[in-house]
Design a protein around this ligand. Sequence first.
Ligand code: ZN
Length: 171
Amino acid sequence: MAQRARFCMACGAPLAAVREEGQVRRRCRRCGWTFYDNPVPAVLGIAERGQRVLLARRAAPPHRGTWDLPGGFLEAGETPERALVRELREELGVRATAGRFLGFFTETYGPGGMPILAAVYRVRLAGEPRAMSDVSEVRWFPRRRLPLGEIAFPAMRRALAAYGRGALRLP
Ligand SMILES: [Zn+2]
């Protein structure tokens, strides 16, 4: 971990590895600032229509061209539900309502392996989704025939495999 942070965000000096509370962290020798590498919260939506579920093809790195659940990262001050409504309006051009919370999973994101904590909700969509920001295509997949080989994020692939079997167990 923590290869992503080499310099202090407060003063710009190089960071050094220190062991603390069983974790390796990176700390500035000059001013003491510590890179904790805390997970970034994200939110994802499962929209169903009959026995089908909506996936969105990623239009941007990382993993451009693979299928993904719609959603994204929280902005400062947002609740997960509000972030989900905003992200689905941006990505799918529809008004969404966050439904039941299904669970969390942890994942890493991007070349540096940024840790993320993803919250998954059922969502209801008011209207027909279409590919917009960061999405090149949207498609309703039969729940039992999800394109698992084209889902790049390992924890999401495991979660969707379980969902396809009718048992959503989020790792
Ligand atoms: Zn510093």
